[in-house]
Design a binder for this molecule. Structure first.
Ligand SMILES: *Cc1c(COP(=O)(O)O)cnc(C)c1O
Length: 413
């Protein structure tokens, strides 16, 4: 519920426990939500009753993560079958379930404030939609999110309220930060955040690594995961799954031009810098917040980390060339983020012949429809759940970047 500890660090489990023996041997007998339940029992089973955990796991994992093979050794894990078409749906749904549990017995509603540059807001809105006792206020920069992203934020109604801020994403974030520091507001309202570095958004991301392993036909060829990364939450969740016992040979940190982690892996030097814009824009991060968690897992030792993680980075031209090459040779349509993961696995494979790879496909190609259609020269199907938004009416409250008016509105909310 707290999100961030007082010392400005990040929450981490004090120890990452192992999953029960026999779990991985019998993995094919488990459904996706049973896998989620087993991981929850192991990680947080001492703070939530088993009945409740069962209900949380069932509700959090209510869409599939299918593994699609491009060839015998190259598999794509599709993480985009949730409501907002990106893997962030897993974290948002699970967090909504947990917050609603810990919020029980409170008379006063909990108000979650989120600033978004596009994607996170959509996942959080869908994840918390109709969650009892919780309402969500999303601040987004007017004119700076895509048309469909705006519809994802502004058409749900019920407990989701969108504020269209006449400013930038940074302005939105500044308003949210100031609200958390404001005494009057915190006296009047119960405020919380759905920040992406909340550990509750990381835990559920370990579920699908195990779900992917379950679906492998061949479990004896060494397995590597290639993870298109920005803030490195997804990769950190994979490391946690491996520490819990999942048999993984290697992790691949795949980035666009924002390559501070691959650079660290090859040089031992970590040099955060301002992010640069790329086509795989959900990975445009110059100082990844979960790098601290990765260091923690490897006891801050470069040698330990580079044993288990290999880093690769690619420019936009290589990325679109990969989208085209994969489409031309297999008919499969990658989005620009998945394409970065694909390139990294192919490069890793060149010097490691006897491996199989699972590439995390973090978003549906329809989310990046302009780039993808231009690259493959063909139209991309828009999934029904996104297409129907086009006809829905946008409802948003326009607001300036002036804190006093935001505060006045929120006091009366
Ligand atoms: C957020 C996001 C990423 C980056 O994930 P991290 O956990 O921040 O590394 C990659 N791809 C897509 C589509 C995303 O939305």
């Amino acid at each position: 519920m707290k999100g961030l500890p007082n010392d400005n660090g990040l929450f981490m489990p004090s120890k990452i426990p192992s999953l029960p023996k026999g779990f991985f041997d019998n993995i094919e007998q488990y459904s996706f939500s049973e896998i989620a339940l087993e991981i929850c029992r192991t990680l947080i089973g001492d703070i939530i009753s088993d009945d409740k955990l069962q209900s949380i796991a069932k509700h959090a994992v209510n869409f599939p993560a299918p593994l699609v093979s491009l060839d015998e050794r190259t598999h794509i894990l599709e993480l985009f079958h949730g409501p907002s078409l990106a893997f962030k749906d897993f974290g948002a749904r699970f967090m909504a379930q947990l917050m609603s549990h810990f919020n029980r017995g409170e008379d006063k509603e909990l108000t979650i404030l989120v600033a978004t540059s596009g994607d996170t807001g959509g996942a959080v809105a869908a994840g918390f939609y109709k969650t009892p006792g919780i309402r969500v206020v999303i601040l987004y920069p007017s004119g700076k999110v895509s048309h469909l992203q705006e519809k994802q934020l502004t058409t749900l109604g019920h407990n989701i309220t969108a504020l269209e801020i006449d400013g930038t994403f940074d302005d939105c974030q500044a308003l949210v930060k100031q609200a958390f520091l404001d005494k009057d507001l915190n006296y009047k309202q119960r405020l919380s955040s759905a920040n992406s570095i909340n550990i509750a958004r990381l835990i559920p991301q370990s579920f699908y690594y195990v779900e992917a392993y379950k679906q492998l036909q061949d479990k004896s060829t060494p397995l590597v995961f290639s993870i298109p990364s920005g803030n490195f939450g997804n990769l950190t969740a994979g490391l946690m799954a491996s520490k819990m016992g999942l048999p993984v040979d290697q992790f691949i940190a795949a980035t666009n031009a924002n390559d501070v982690v691959p650079e660290y892996l090859s040089t031992g030097k970590y040099t955060p810098r301002p992010s640069v814009r790329t086509l795989s824009n959900a990975m445009d991060v110059g100082n990844p917040s979960n790098f601290a968690r990765m260091l923690d897992i490897y006891c801050s030792t470069w040698n330990n980390m580079k044993e288990e993680i290999s880093g690769y980075s690619y420019g936009d031209q290589e990325t679109t060339a990969a989208v085209k090459a994969v489409f031309d040779s297999t008919g499969y349509i990658l989005d620009p983020h998945g394409a970065v993961g694909y390139l990294a696995f192919k490069d890793y494979q060149k010097s490691n012949k006897n491996v199989q790879g699972i590439i995390l496909e973090t978003a549906h190609p329809a989310k990046f429809i302009d780039t993808v259609e231009e690259t493959i020269g063909q139209s991309v199907n828009i999934p029904e759940r996104l297409a129907i938004l086009a006809d829905k009416t946008k409802v948003a409250i326009p607001m300036s970047i002036d804190f006093a008016s935001f505060k006045e509105w929120l006091m009366e909310f």
